[in-house]
Design a protein. Sequence first.
Lengths: 581, 567
Amino acid sequence: MNESLLPVAAPARTRAAVAELLRPHRALALTAFAVMTGSTAVGLLVQPLLGRIVDLAAEHGSVDAITTTVALLVAVAVAQGITAGLGLSLISRLGETTLARLREQFVERALGLPLERVEKAGAGDLTARVTADVSLIADAVRSALPELARSLLTIVLTLGALALLDWRFLLAALLAVPVQVLTARWYVTRAVPLYAAQRVAAGAQQQQLLDTVAGSSTVRAFRLEREHSERVTERSRSVVELTMRGVRLVLGFYSRLHIAEYIGLAAVLTTGYWLVRQDSASIGTATAAALYFHSLFTPVNAALALLDDAQAATAGLARLVGVTDQPPPPAGRSVGAGDVDVTVRGLSHAYRPGQLVLRDVNLTIRHGERVALVGASGAGKTTLARLVAGIQAPTAGSVLVGGVPPTALGPTGVALITQETHVFAGPLSDDLRLARPDATDDELRAALDSVDALDWAEALPDGLATVVGNGGHRLDGARTQALALARLILADPSLVILDEATAEAGSAGARALEKAVTRAVDGRTALIVAHRLSQAAVADRIVVMESGRVVETGTHDELRAGQGPYAALWEAWSDTRGSGP
Amino acid sequence: MLWGAVVGQRRDIALGALLGMGHQTGEALVPVLIGVAVDRGIVDGDAAGLLLWLGVLAVVYVGLSFSWRGSARAGERASVVAAHLLRTRLVGRLLAPEGGAEDGRLHGELANTATEDARRVGGVAMAIIVAVASAAGLVVGAVVLLLMSVPLGLLVLFGAPLLLWLGHLLSKPLERRSETEQERAARASGVAADLVAGLRVLKGIGAEPAAAARYRRISQGALTATLRAARAEAWQSGVLTILTGAFLALVALVGGRLAARGDIGLGELVSSVALALFLIGPLSEFSWVNAELAQGRASAARIAAILDAPPAVRSTPSERRPFEGRLRLRGLSYGSLRGVDLDIAPGETVGVVTTDPADAAALLHCLGRRADPDKGAVELDGTELPALDLAQVRTAILVAEHDADLFEGTVLENVTAASGGQVTAASGQHVSAASGEQVSAAITASGTDEVVRTLPDGADTPVTARGRSLSGGQRQRVALARALAADAPVLVVHEPTTAVDSVTEVRIAAGIRDLRRGRTTVLVTNSPALLAVTDRVLLLDEGRVAAAGDHERLVHEHADYRAAVVT
């Protein structure tokens, strides 16, 4: 399963992709960096000024001199505040703009991926990237990036300032670094796999909860309450266990940092004692150095704690870039309006090597013809439909739609509607306009009307503006399928493939939908996979399939009159319906 | 409820609070000790003094490090354990046979309550610990400051809260705005997930470019909103920097003057400046604690609402006994049903045809005792359902609804879920031979054998959550197999074959008839293939029994019936 997941970019490629995204904002990046550096540098004047006040007090100097120094402190605060505000907003503008571009590129490329590829990877892979990975990076950009930038600048400049006071202070402060480096390495090697395990456990718990809660009436009907309670408890317990492991890890991390803090602080104080004794530094300078080091605690801890955020965001970034680096879908030739015939020659297909589900199928659908595909489950109807729609490339043989392989066709021209349905979250009219973005309200109404959906659509709380789909007004199976047919009319393709598009509606709804289907495919070349024979009966031609082969073709009357499988099917079907239609 | 969750973890909370106080005391002492070290060591030029105070600093560091570790660990443990217990209780209530807890709530919302809300209520334990510890840090800092100099101490003690209050005042309107803007940003991610979820549909009509364009528009809208929020946040941070800097300058001014006059030592000046900076920490923790408590209260209210939801039906303890499966509806009125009478003898197979799906739904609710009828009653072997234990009712009458869910596990585990047979996870083998036969018969009768043949690992093929890895037709057959395998004295099946082709449907109908021979079976369906295998049928129209009799006869003689079942 794993080798079929969508690609992940190599670290070098990820860096290159980020550089590419940042290139248009070079000026912004430089300005942001300069302003933040300035802001941090100004902030570092605080400690020497405090040191100066200590010196003035030690000399029992003039009160005015102290007041002047304090006024300077206030000026420093104001300057630092203003530049920090400016710098942080510049940084977030840089990060957010880049992030928006990245996610847009990603979604565009993700939607363009061949369906076969997405299915092989499992739909969860793409969904996880579009939600979890994007929000992971967004969080990093939003909170970690400004904090990290600020902390790193503070650390570098503070160390510089320590060196300016006296280079020996810097040496003393750097005594803490080995411990910090070891601690960071110790932490990251443990944190990355642990946090990955935590995410998996949290996901599993959420999944189990949804599974159990959504299926609660089934759970009660089948008396599975105990089993499901245990399932949830077990998942929750593993979350608890992993959380506590994470807590212990973080605590160990900070305990080690405490050691580093102490080593550095003691060293700086001792150095101060030495330098003062040798008259190389004033008491004020020693105080400033100690205060500098004390003020490093917060940014150092923050920067180190952000390491795993950065690590996680980088991993997420690699997964996004892996998809954005996929080649864009072929521009696609469009099918001419006049000549949409389908030619299938010697078509065979196997999903797994050696297991043929289609064997040497030949079929021609003339322009404007409506062909019904009939046969038992597993006869290969859906596979044939997918191959004609160009979702899958055949193992052997050829499919041509208007003379062109459907896999090379652009996004318009061929439409495939299956029993797999989806209502897009948002206003109903937005959902419909996905099929034709420039459709007028009247066109939307007309499309709904021709599938008998206008009445209920207008009766919704806000009419066509009603928010439907996930989190909105719920539409039942029959309405959802009617919506799919209305989209089909708006998309206005020349070739339509319907794969049991009326199946989920239940028997009563299916009949109404059949009428809608008839109107929706009117005037188009159509291939209809039908499990209700009433749908087959009204087609121009019927193709009967058995174990991957076409075993019979002809009109309803021709086939019924014969002795073949269709006649038998029809008899079984109409028998159960009493007198028949 | 919130209180109960906290009291349940009182030992960890007490331990965490105690150690937390130790930690904060240590943190407050660090700046003081820096000052003392400067004073005794550097100012006096005394190496022994410096070493002594560095030693004291080391002891304080060890103490604060360990107490912090213990405090945080106890706090986190209290939080996650409390959350876990709440989660378990919630799921217990949601799944309780009495039902009623999930009514009117979205599934995602319920799952969220069980994770996020439970976590927030658990988080209150941590908030209490932090509040106690911060208060301790504050007290220690205050005492030290006041001991050094009363005016300086008072300045810091009144100035620091004032500073925080000002910062809070400034940020409040910004916070509110940034919240709504963040919500807008979050929506972009929702839209992307929704588009990916509907990828097949998009590709089916070639709407990928339109979808990408829509996403780009929403993403740009979100970007504008986020930028506004980020800018506001950046300036808020800038203003806070100015306020803190000004406060520090004020402390330095007063402290410097006192030191210049010799009222306080140089070390005390250093300590007071460092303490002023330190005290901002524990003070700002209080606003965090406040926010946590508010969130905890809101979450606790949501959890309590679910735990206290009135049950849909009540269970009466009753003795276990075998049922022969006589089912009787007496003047049943519920939902759209208006006085339905029906008497089903043990072992009979009866079809129920409805003109309105609401009638079918109402009937299924009453038979499965998901709700009690407004008027009339359902009787099983002469006893009204409310007089029986709920577990017994549902074991005796199995209602298999059209949209029943499959669960994570293998196909076989799903089929055997309710058959009483134990499936060992490792081998998937059946322990009980008798129910093994029942299961394989159910698999054949429901047409699941065909499904199993096409799956890569046969009956051991894993099914993902809610059966999403199977097609609609496959799901339906596996669900039917599960219902048949349970071998209930009374089986009520609702539209089991809507996504199955007509040939298979005829096979399934025969399979149900053969497998259920001698057991009471109710088929709520409009499918003629299924109705053809019933002993008799019933037509419900506008909530009443409109016709009853033999399927074949009604198809020929009853126009409404024909219209309902035949195209």
